[in-house]
Design a protein around this ligand. Sequence first.
Ligand SMILES: Cc1cc2nc3c(=O)[nH]c(=O)nc-3n(C[C@H](O)[C@H](O)[C@H](O)COP(=O)(O)O)c2cc1C
Length: 197
Amino acid sequence: MEALEAILTRRSTRKYTEQMPERELIEKIIEAGRYAPSGSNSQKTHFIIFSDKELLTELAGIVQGEFAKMEITDDMYVSLKGSINAAKKGGYVFYYGAPVLIVVANRKGYGNAMADSACALENMMVAANALDLGSCWINQLHWLDDNSTVRAFLEQYGLLKEETITGGLIIGYPVNGVPERTMTERKGNPVTWVEVK
Ligand SMILES: Cc1cc2nc3c(=O)[nH]c(=O)nc-3n(C[C@H](O)[C@H](O)[C@H](O)COP(=O)(O)O)c2cc1C
């Protein structure tokens, strides 16, 4: 698939089969993330790949339990409120049962931590689309970055104490066979052309 087509047809996929993508495809997606630009070429974005079903189920249980303890406040993002409400109901699986979850982290206190991570995440989402895999940015672990139970779990699997969880990505084979690719009209993201008279 040509690069611009992969960018313009990338959509979030939230329904996956249990089929594990081939290791080579996962590696290509990680490579796309690692080749993203970074401020001062710092290359501090850290990719922690979970593909073990039992570990993912354990993590989902921890996330559900920690969100369920939280109280909703007015200043919270709508989607964070949604996660807390879903967790309080029970059976909340923040990664939609995808076979692979990539946790993305970067250095605490580094001013470009989120920007560098976002570049990597977008590269990976576009790469997944080009490889006929579905993907979706998953933010719940970022919201739980300060949560000691979540951190204790992730630190067993490579998250460093000096890292902040900036985001996450799920990948897998979409239930429909191919990734969601419907292009939606852009009504937001305004563009201002400065015309010199
Ligand atoms: C910073 C960021 C955080 C997001 N967090 C989540 C999330 O936690 N769960 C989810 O299902 N989608 C998440 N998304 C996906 C957005 O909902 C999605 O990109 C948006 O609705 C546009 O749809 P599209 O990706 O299909 O074009 C996130 C996207 C971004 C950029």
